[in-house]
Design a binder for this molecule. Structure first.
Ligand code: HBI
Ligand code: FE
Length: 296
């Protein structure tokens, strides 16, 4: 079956009437099948994540009206978020243009896809749906550090576009907000929304021998390409979520100047200067690159 594209990925057909790309969530219009897909995804993650998701994710989830039985209503999420960190959740059809995305974040509005993936796409889709956006991102927005950090990314995104450094900034978002790991008292934990909303990557990122796990370094991450179509080959690890507070407050301009014109690193590269927590075997991505060997 051909994948139906949503939002900006659908071309002109995906552009809504409002200039900020928001739409009504249309909560009343979700079908029983759509709520059932949510429930399947929710229950799978709820069972898997204890001991894997970071403490802040668990605390945020507990305090929000997010449960197994229904796709959450963005109005009710916004009521709670607004009281805690001043954020809101607004509905969008899917991906929105970069400048629209940044403008929302800079104003503490999180654009969440309103659609839910189909039952035959439970494990992977490239577009952000309501499960990725709400289950993955919204609990972390209850945390004041993440709340400020994501807003700073919105402000910084508009600046990076002017400087021609958007690719570099987007890598920082990718390797923190989407695919970040953090050390906590009982071991490595997930805080990235792309991981925490994925059953398979929640296991792979923490337990598999294949990926590298490397201490986070801003300039290093800015130079590191990433994969959008498969598990990451490297995860970057914070010592504490408060490291993001510093990133929310510093001026990135000198760091852009430092990395400008320098070559990119590949997703699986490990450097002599890296603080390596786990040197991955790379077997997962190597197997994908080669055709399967013929065995007799
Ligand atoms: N739109 N809805 C949505 N969600 C995203 O995460 C998103 C987006 N548009 C652009 C975008 N992300 C990124 O490519 C930027 O962070 C650079
Ligand atoms: Fe996301």
């Amino acid at each position: 079956m051909t994948a139906v594209k949503h939002g900006a990925a659908a071309g002109d057909a995906g552009r809504p009437e409002r200039a900020d790309w928001t739409i009504d969530q249309g909560w009343e219009n979700y079908t029983a099948e759509e709520h059932a897909v949510w429930k399947t995804l929710f229950e799978r993650q709820a069972k898997l994540l204890p001991g894997r998701a970071c403490d802040e994710f668990v605390a945020g989830m507990r305090a929000l009206p997010i449960g197994a039985d229904q796709i959450p209503d963005f109005r009710r999420l916004s009521d709670v978020l607004m009281k805690h960190t001043g954020w809101q959740v607004v509905a969008v059809p899917g991906l929105v243009p970069d400048d629209v995305f940044f403008e929302h974040l800079a104003n503490r509005r999180f654009p969440a896809g309103h659609f839910v993936r189909r039952a035959d796409q439970l494990d992977y889709l490239e577009e952000p749906d309501v499960f990725h956006d709400v289950f993955g991102h919204v609990p972390m927005l209850m945390n004041p550090v993440i709340a400020d950090y994501i807003q700073a990314y919105g402000v910084g995104g508009l600046r990076a576009q002017k400087l021609g450094m958007l690719e570099q900034l987007a890598r920082v978002y990718w390797y923190t907000v989407e695919f970040g790991l953090v050390k906590q008292k009982d071991g490595l934990r997930i805080y990235g929304a792309g991981i925490v909303s994925s059953y398979t990557e929640s296991i792979f990122s923490l337990d598999d021998a294949s990926p590298n796990r490397i201490g986070f370094d801003l300039a290093r991450v800015m130079r590191t390409r990433y994969r959008i179509d498969d598990f990451q080959e490297s995860y970057f690890v914070l010592n504490h979520l408060d490291e993001l507070l510093e990133l929310a407050n510093i001026d990135f301009d000198p760091v852009y100047a430092q990395v400008k014109g320098l070559p990119d690193y590949l997703p699986g590269d490990v450097l002599d200067t890296d603080r390596v927590l786990t040197r991955g075997t790379g077997h997962y991505s190597a197997a994908k690159r080669q055709p399967a060997p013929i065995t007799l």
